[in-house]
Design a protein around this ligand. Sequence first.
Ligand code: COA
Ligand code: AMP
Length: 634
Amino acid sequence: MTYATEYQRSIDNFEGYWQELAEAIHWFEAPQVGLSKDENDLYRWFKGGKLNTCYLALDHHVMNGRADQLALIYDSPVTGKKETYTYRALLEEVARFAGVLKAQGIEKGDRVIIYMPMIPQVTFAMLACARLGAVHSVVFGGFAAHELAIRIDDAKPKLILAASGGKEISRIVPYKPIIDAALEKSKHQPQACIMYQREFVKAEMQDGRDLDWMELLATAEPASYVTVDATDPLYILYTSGTTGRPKGVLRDNGGHAVAMYSSLKNVYGIKPGETYWAASDVGWVVGHSYIVYAPLIYGCTTILFEGKPIKTPDAGTFWRVIEEYQVKVFFTAPTAFRAIKKEDSKGELRAKYDTSCLRYLFLAGERTDVATLEWCEQMLGVPVIDHWWQTESGYPMLANMAGLELQPIKPGSAGPPACGFDVQILDPDGNVLAANEEGTVAIRYPLPPGCLPNLWEDTARFKESYLEPYPGFYFTGDGGYRDEDGYIFITGRIDDIINVAGHRLSTAAMEEVLASHPAIAECAVVGVADDFKGQIPVGFFVLKAGINTTEEEVEKEVIQMVRSTIGAVAAFKRAVQVERLPKTRSGKILRKIMRYIADARSFNPPSTIEDMQVLPELEELMRQKRIGNLALTK
Ligand code: COA
Ligand code: AMP
C-alpha cells in the first residue's frame, strides 16, 4: 500500500477510511456510525460505540498474551531510580489506584486534576481515571500557582492528585506550596488532595483536606473498568491560547483510541512488542499521546524518562537510554538535540553507545531547523522525521508516514499531510492557494477522530477560535506553504502564541503579568528567535510618567513576577524599557512587526501605523540591547 493511494483514499472516502481503522480496536459495542452532529452542531465520531480506554491499554493485552511483556519502563537519572512494569503489573497498579479513586467517590464524568512529575504514579493516575470514566486534566509541573488555579476553576475537579515535588537539573521543586497557593486563589475547592510523598521532598499535609497516597493505597480494593461512550470525555488538556486564559482542549474516548492506535502504526512504523520512547513530559500533549496512551493501546513498551537531554548526568543520556532499552522509535523536540549538540557537537559521548536498534527519530513541537536535522542524521544514521501537530489535534497532521511508506525527506518541511487530514493553505479570504504561496494552514472540517471535538464547557470559544476564521475549515494558527510535491513547510504561528524550547506559551498571559506592575504604563511581550530554544519571550515596557525607578529594577521585578505567576517554564529573562511602542492609529500594538524587527526579517510596515519613525528607533534599541537576531548584526 503506497502513501499516495492511501492518502487519496482517506480524503475521497473520509468517513469510511476512519470507520475502517476503527475496526482495529476492541469495542465493547462497535459504533454503527462514523460522523454525526451533537447538540452544539459540532461533529462527533463513533457515537453509540462503547469502550474503555484503560481496558484497551491494559486488560485487553493481559488477556491476549502480553501479560508478561514490559509495558512501562521508568528511568530516572535525576533520582538514580529504574523500575519496570509488565502489562500485568501495570494493570494491578492501575486497578488498585482506581480503587482509591472509587473509594473517594470518583465516578464517570468527574474531573480530576493531576499535578505530578515524570514518575510511574502519574501513569497509574491517568489510567485509573480512564478506568472509571473520570476526566483527567494533567497540569505541567513547570506551571506556577496562578496557572494551576485557573485550571482548577475551569475544570472544577473533585480531586487533585499530586506528588510532593519534582527534580530539575540543579534544584528541587516542591509542589505542595504551589498547590496550597493555587487553592488559596481558586474559587473552586476540590474535596481532597491525594499526595504522593517523594523521599527527597516532604509535603506538609493539611488536616481535613490532604490525604496520603500510600496510606489510601494500602487498603484499596482493585476497581474494574466501566463502559463509556465513544463520545464521553477522556481528558481535558489546557494549552496556551491568544489570551491569558488557557484553552481546555477536550479529548473523547472513541476517536482518541482509534487515532492513537492507527497513528502509532502508520506514522511511527513501530510494531506491538517493540519499545517506543517519547522524551517529553506527561504535562504536554506528546506525553499524553505518545508516552501513555498510544504505546500502551498498541501493545508497545513505553519509557517514562525523568531527566533532561543534558546534565542528567551528561549529554550522552539519550543515547544510553536508546541502547539500554533497545528503543526502536524515538520522539522528542528539536531543542533537546540542540542542547546535546551544544555540549557534545563532535558526538564523543554518542560514540560510547550502540544505537543500532533505532529505526527512526521523530521530531516535533517546533520546526526542525536544517542544521539540527542534519546533525541528528549524522549522529544516528537513521531517517530523521520532522512532523507537525498540536495539542488540539493530539497526533500528527503532517507527517512522513514511516509505517505506511517512507517518503523522501525534505529538510525544513514537516512532510506531506498525514492520511485523513485534508490540509490546505488559505489566503485571507479563505481561498485555497497554489503551490509555493504562503498563507494560513487550515484543515478541512470535520476533523479526523481524536482531534478536539470541542473546548471544555466553551463551545462559543471553540467556534470562534477554530471554525469561524475560515468557514469549512479548522484554523490551526500556523502559517506555511506547500511545495510542488505536496510537502508543507510551516513558517510559524501567525498569532501571539510562542514556542520556547518546545513548550507552547502565551505572550498575552505574560503581558498581563507585566501590565500589573505598578510602574508600567503599557507593554508588549513578543517571542524572538533564539538559536537554542527556538524562541524566547522578551518584554518591552513603557514606564508611567514621574516614576522613580530604573529600567533594571523593573526588569528584575517583572522577571520574578512572571516566574512566580506563570512559572519557570516561561523562560522569561529579558525585559527592556522603550519610549513608546509601535501602534496602529487605532491603538493596536504591532507585535508582529516587533518580532520581525527582532528576527531581522523583512516586512512591509502597515499603512495604518501611527508613526513610522518608531520602527528604526526600536530596531536601534534592540541592536544595542542585543535582542534576537539583531544581536548578531553590527
Ligand atoms: N517543573 C518545574 N520546573 C520546570 C519544569 C518542570 N517540569 N520543566 C522546566 N522547568 C524549569 C526549568 O528548570 C528552568 O528553570 P530555570 O529558569 O530555573 O533554569 C525553566 O523551567 C525553563 O526550562 P526549559 O525551557 O526546559 O530550559 P532548560 O534550560 O531547563 O532546559 C532543554 C532546556 C532544551 C534541555 C529542555 O527545555 C528540554 O529538554 N526540552 C525538550 C522539550 C520537550 O520535551 N517538549 C515537549 C514537546 S515534544
Ligand atoms: P503544542 O500545542 O504545544 O503541541 O504546540 C503546537 C504548535 O507548535 C503548532 O501550532 C506549531 O506552531 C508548533 N509546532 C509543532 N510541531 C511543529 C513542527 N514540526 N514544525 C513547526 N512548528 C511546529
